[in-house]
Write a protein that binds this ligand. Sequence first.
Ligand SMILES: Nc1ncnc2c1ncn2[C@@H]1O[C@H](COP(=O)(O)OP(=O)(O)OP(=O)(O)O)[C@@H](O)[C@H]1O
Ligand SMILES: [Mg+2]
Length: 468
Amino acid sequence: MQCTSCGSAIPAGARFCPSCAHPVALSQPEERRIVTIVFADLVGFTTLAERMDPEQVKRLIDACFERLVDVVVEFGGKVDKILGDGMLVLFGAPVAHEDDPERAVRAALRMQETLAHYVATSELAGSADIRMRVGINTGEVLVGTLAGTDYTAMGDVVNTASRLQAEAPAGGVLVGEVTHGLTSHTFRYEPAGTLQPRGREQALQAWLALEPTAPPGNRRRRRRDLGIVGRRPELTIAEAALELVRHSGRGVLLHVNGDNGVGKSRYVDEVISRVREHGEASVLEGACVPYGEANVWWPIASALSNYLDLDTGIDIDAARSTALQRAQEMFPSIDAAGTERLVDVFTHLLGYPSPIDRLDALSARNAIHQTVAMVLEARSHRGPMVLSIDDVHWADQVLLDLLEHLVTALSRHSFLLITAMRPGHDVAWPPRSDRGTVLSITLQPLTRLDIEELATALLGDAPATSNC
Ligand SMILES: Nc1ncnc2c1ncn2[C@@H]1O[C@H](COP(=O)(O)OP(=O)(O)OP(=O)(O)O)[C@@H](O)[C@H]1O
Ligand SMILES: [Mg+2]
């Protein structure tokens, strides 16, 4: 092996180059990986350079990139290179995630927003039209410390991403066919015509990414239409939990644990549809997201806003007036101060500035805990109140504290909290509670027979062919 820094021969097993002390661990062997490449190029600085000192232009470009790099890191990508006005980013290497193409497109859209916000609020405001073109492409590349360089990616996929970037409109994000195919369930796209990359026979279809249609971590829509396969014993446990909630007026936490893709969310869907079938119940559903969400309360906020019919995209005045209306409908006899507190907490959870921001941490926590418990409790008198929070392995500790509070505060109410979580994460959940009833089950993979049944259902009437 050769040192990637000075080219000297490195003995097997060495951790540092004996000639220049460059750490060997940093050099990674070449390997083929499926990677999503993001090419971003700033436009508008050339005209600025005619009017400004080069140092000043460089300082502004650096300030833009600093913000863009933060976005890349937040979404789990790696900045491979920054060259002049351009940036090459990898999603899927050296660290791979289950949803790298989706992360790449989300990051690109957020980068556009970040840049637009920076340009509008910095000294560039009004004096320059700085925008960015982004091209994204997914496919197999060769990654590693190629020819003694720093870790990078090589391959046709990289060239096509660069071509997409060149064709993208200023301020736009153009993606190739593979990226589009892997992410079309999560973003709204507009066809953007075909490209004819140099040296290629076939033209490529390009798509302009417009906006996300689902939060991060939202897997492809589960096939509820197919009916659940197997899980009879596990559903019996859920029925028992429901019995406690419905007939004994107990608060129960039903915690579902299991490996990625084992069927946790599908199982929870089934439990919820059984709750609904059994008569009047209020159901609030939220899910934690893996990245890209600054509001730690988002899972409960989204569940409450759907339930209370609060639109999350409106301005703060509209949000406060809708929240006030909902608070008055829910608690007609509460005094003005109580209503005000409800409105403050609702808007705070939704991420708007509110007087809760000015409270000390303990008072803010108490206000949120009490208000959420009060809302859930009020509805639990009419029938079971069900709160389901999926993907708790991505939850922030403040959310877990709230959920734990609900388990104890609503232990004598008709309340079912359902949580689902993957193992292997450093998350202290489920809580040990002496007051609330906690049922925790770990889903095992479906049996062979169940899998055959599922495959047959998915393939329609086609008979299962395997006999091994
Ligand atoms: N018992 C089942 N019957 C029918 N389909 C199932 C069953 N279990 C899982 N599936 C299907 O398998 C896929 C993966 O299941 P699901 O999304 O529920 O897994 P998960 O454990 O929640 O995964 P993740 O860890 O990614 O959240 C989905 O399409 C789901 O509809
Ligand atoms: Mg799931």
